[in-house]
Design a protein around this ligand. Structure first.
Ligand SMILES: *Cc1c(COP(=O)(O)O)cnc(C)c1O
Length: 438
């Protein structure tokens, strides 16, 4: 499969170039040129396949022309070596739990997979690739963890020095090939250091840098796999289910896009629901011709979904050829406020004993609002409640159990290094580290 830019459909690049560069030189986003499409008969026996077989089957159909099959098998088994269960929480409503990875959010899936693909496709082998990430939230910890101990890759994770210890620990307690750098500045200054590094021609002749931000198509495509795993589990549990609606919590729209890809590949699901928090980005996008760029992003309980202009919009725009009507046949949007998140968490906990985190609560609520009698609903549960411990304890008045993989990373600033927010200081640091390692 090849990849083209949303700004220029004629020049195509390989999977390696698409994931190594994240964004096309013309500023567009990479798109796969030829998604596989499966006949319906394939799905008759899917319930008898193991998760490993399903993952391999889907991954091979996507990456088989770029990565040797044995390698695809190894990448999949290593990247997705945690369960992705479908849990019925009330009659006809299922949670697809995507939070059993090392950092307990959905980000583990795309990032772990991308890390292993980059390692397998490293053009400078045996010289390492250097991955940079600037974040305060879920993707920083998932990147640090996802690339930890991956051969031939160094990770430089930057975050503002004000970042709480509980988030820093996720990055700084790893060591080895993960470099945690606390920047004496804000997140925009961290991002600007990333941009300056990429623009530094002299440095890039010596060292190869890669950026694994949310637009990287190598993070989106692995997200297709869980939709097939969900369908297989539903077939096994309830072969006589009704038409399926799938509700997806949306920030930058990566997981929603993966669901849309899965549907276009033939997975028998009905409508997708773009579940928004109070920022309502997808609601506005689907109902208007252009997303409203003027509104400031609100900070909400479901903070990993705080976006007013989801970065994946150009991809949706291209897939529907600018025809919103066509998109609305496959995707509907709904949203939910912080107060609704709180009441949903309390209501579901008291009725069913199931504890939703704020992101999953948005997906549940938007599903519940739009599920017709006889339909079967699946919502994506994208974070473990322990990722926002204090908020959850405030909302529920209950203690939240911390999964063992998070316990290790709740405190400590480990191998952290502190730097001022200036490019010369950052550049000197990089050169030092990379020289020492060779
Ligand atoms: C990133 C994230 C989302 C949103 O995913 P997108 O692919 O950006 O739409 C939802 N929930 C959680 C917990 C996340 O970390």
């Amino acid at each position: 499969m090849q990849y083209f830019s949303t700004n220029n459909h004629s020049s195509k690049v390989s999977l390696r170039d698409a994931i190594l560069h994240s964004q096309a030189p013309d500023g567009g986003l990479y798109m796969p040129d030829n998604l596989p499409r499966f006949p319906q008969a394939i799905f008759n026996n899917i319930a008898e396949m193991t998760p490993i077989e399903i993952s391999y089957f889907i991954a091979y159909s996507l990456f088989g022309s770029d990565i040797p099959s044995a390698e695809i098998k190894r990448i999949g088994e290593d990247a997705l070596k945690f369960p992705i269960p479908l849990v019925e929480i009330e009659p006809g409503i299922f949670a697809l739990e995507l939070f059993h990875g090392p950092t307990c959010t959905v980000k583990d899936i795309g990032i772990r997979y991308l890390a292993r693909m980059l390692s397998a496709l490293n053009p400078d082998f045996p010289k390492p690739l250097n991955v940079m990430v600037a974040t305060t939230g879920h993707s920083g910890s998932a990147v640090a963890n996802g690339f930890h101990h991956v051969d031939g890759v160094n990770v430089f994770a930057m975050y503002p020095s004000q970042t709480p210890d509980s988030q820093v620990a996720q990055v700084a307690m790893l060591g080895d090939n993960v470099y945690a750098v606390s920047i004496n500045g804000n997140i925009d200054q961290c991002r600007s250091l990333v941009r300056s590094t990429i623009a530094d021609k002299d440095l890039n002749e010596k060292i190869r840098f890669t950026c694994v931000n949310s637009v990287n198509i190598g993070r989106v495509l692995p997200g297709i796999i869980p939709y097939f795993l969900a369908y297989a589990q539903l077939q096994a549990k309830q072969p006589k289910h009704g038409p399926i609606k799938v509700s997806v919590p949306c920030g930058n729209g990566g997981m929603l896009l993966a669901g849309y890809f899965a549907k276009r590949m033939g997975l028998p699901i009905g409508k997708l629901i773009a579940a928004n928090n109070a920022n309502g980005a997808f609601c506005r996008y689907l109902s208007q011709d252009k997303a409203d760029l003027t509104e400031a992003t609100k900070r909400t309980r479901a903070y990993a979904m705080d976006a007013t202009v989801p970065t994946n919009l150009p991809r949706f725009e291209l897939l529907c050829n600018g025809n919103k009507e066509a998109l609305r046949r496959d995707i509907m949007a709904d949203s939910c406020t912080d107060a609704e998140i709180d009441s949903t968490i309390r209501d579901v906990l008291s009725r069913t004993g199931y504890m939703l985190d704020p992101h999953s609560a948005v997906a549940y609520r938007c599903l519940k609002n739009n599920l017709a009698p006889g339909e079967t609903g699946i919502f994506l549960a994208t974070a473990h409640p322990a990722r926002c411990l204090t908020t959850m304890e405030q909302i529920t008045g209950q203690k939240v159990e911390i999964p063992p993989q998070l316990v290790k990373f709740t405190s400590g600033r480990g191998t952290e290094r502190s730097l001022p927010a200036t490019y010369p200081a950052w550049r000197k640091y990089l050169l030092n580290i990379l020289k020492i390692r060779r």
